[in-house]
Design a protein around this ligand. Structure first.
Ligand code: HEC
Ligand code: HEC
Length: 365
């Protein structure tokens, strides 16, 4: 009865409002984007109340994401550095923006961002809405002021319609640009890899796959009654998302050039800490680390196994992990390193890479 009353109220109100405001530019509320999040990712995410995901908002976001006109001289779009075929990275050690200007960091994969709450390698930004306008204004990336941005978008007729469909008004604002980009990016969910099928129980792992999964997630216990061998990766790249969204110093340099989280918090104990990122589609996103220093996954494994630097803030999860009693390094065998690389390749999701909803909508860009 209560629900019936509420429905009646909504309908009556709707009829009343449409009777009052029957202007020709009347716009129906945009259709919500309906999707189910993968159960095995958990539900610790929030979509901001003031930016619900809608079909029209995501469509607008996709057009903006792939549009080079959002940069000085129409040279660079978000997708220049975040290409779908490379799991939304650019294949470079450090990214290159307008006029060939270089940034100091490697482009991050844009994947399962719905479950991320601190963005960038150093976690300096708390929402995708806040993040979106930074590369547009960064002079090494897209190099536009927000006034220039609005003027350029206003001059492209199709955006008026798209803003109206998404936000009910033809007025183009930086806030609308940020919201639409955030909506599109929240829709970039990768959950179709071989590993996902195993995690959901849809297929049985082969013996090698089982071994590779266990090695990746296990913290080694060499002195246990039955010694446990492990690569320790899941301590930081944990859960089915392969990230716990935590910050660590993983021993790349004795003295870090890039202070990462330390430059944001100002605490010397945070120097050299970066977010342990998701490893989904990692086989497609070389080169690796915040500065692209490793070209292959084999080099990454050699780093964790043999070349960790005893830097000041080296993470205890690394110093405490060895497959040998009182071992000084991780001490994996050659075969175990290969098995972990094999696991990383199980995270490649071709349905994500090839999803038509994530491709460039502009025929001539
Ligand atoms: C010139 C290359 C370049 C362009 C253009 C660019 N990005 Fe990025 N993007 C990067 C780099 C490099 C990083 C990592 C930066 C850092 O950590 O300081 C990054 C990081 C991100 C992140 C953080 C991901 C995470 O997991 O924390 C998001 C989101 C993102 N970019 C979205 C965008 C959007 C949206 C646009 C367009 C408005 C865009 N980028 C344009 C290079 C670029
Ligand atoms: C103590 C936490 C920690 C552990 C344990 C750990 N990682 Fe990492 N991992 C990180 C951090 C932090 C980064 C980013 C570091 C940077 O770029 O400065 C990273 C980066 C990576 C990258 C590069 C990601 C990219 O997008 O470029 C790969 C690949 C990787 N780790 C694989 C592994 C594997 C495989 C293991 C297990 C052998 C492992 N990690 C263990 C914290 C950890």
């Amino acid at each position: 009865m209560k629900l019936y009353n509420q429905l009646l109220l909504i309908i009556t109100l709707g009829v009343f409002l449409s009777a009052c405001g029957s202007k020709s530019d009347e716009q129906p509320a945009p259709a919500p984007f309906t999707f189910t999040t993968p159960d095995h990712f958990g539900n610790s995410f929030t979509i901001p109340d003031d930016n619900p995901m809608t079909e029209a908002g995501i469509d607008l976001g996709r057009h903006l994401f792939f549009d080079k006109r959002l940069s000085r001289g129409n040279q660079v779009s978000c997708a220049t550095c975040h290409q779908p075929s490379k799991a939304f990275t650019d294949g470079l050690a450090v990214s290159v923006g307008v006029d060939g200007r270089t940034t100091t960091r490697s482009a991050m994969s844009l994947v399962n961002l719905l479950w991320v709450n601190r963005f960038f390698w150093d976690g300096r930004t708390n929402s995708l809405e806040e993040q979106a306008l930074q590369p547009i204004q960064d002079e090494r990336e897209m190099d536009l002021t927000l006034t220039e941005l609005v003027a350029k978008i206003e001059a492209i007729p199709v955006y008026k319609e798209k803003f109206k469909a998404a936000f009910g008004s033809e007025t183009i604002s930086p806030d609308g640009v940020a919201k639409a980009l955030a909506q599109f990016q929240r829709s970039l969910i990768s959950a179709g890899s071989r590993y996902d099928k195993i995690a959901r129980g849809e297929v049985q792992p082969t013996e090698r796959e089982r071994r590779a999964i266990d090695l990746f997630f296990t913290h080694p216990e060499p002195s246990a009654p039955i010694p446990l061998r492990g690569g320790n990766c899941g301590d930081c790249h944990g859960s089915n998302l392969t990230t716990l969204n935590t910050f660590h110093n993983n021993g790349l340099d004795l003295i870090p050039d890039d202070l990462g989280l330390g430059a944001i918090t100002g605490k010397r104990t945070d120097d050299g800490k970066m977010r342990a990122p998701s490893l989904r589609n990692i086989a497609l996103t070389a080169p690796y680390m915040h500065d692209g220093r490793f070209n292959t996954l084999e080099e990454v494994l050699d780093h964790y196994n043999e070349h960790i630097k005893a830097t000041a803030n080296l993470d205890p999860l690394i110093t405490a992990a060895s497959n040998e009693i009182q071992g000084k390094s991780l001490a994996l065998t050659v075969q175990e390193k290969e098995d972990i690389v094999f696991f990383l390749k199980m995270l490649t999701d071709s349905t994500f890479i090839n999803n038509p909803a994530f491709q460039n909508p502009w025929p001539d860009q």
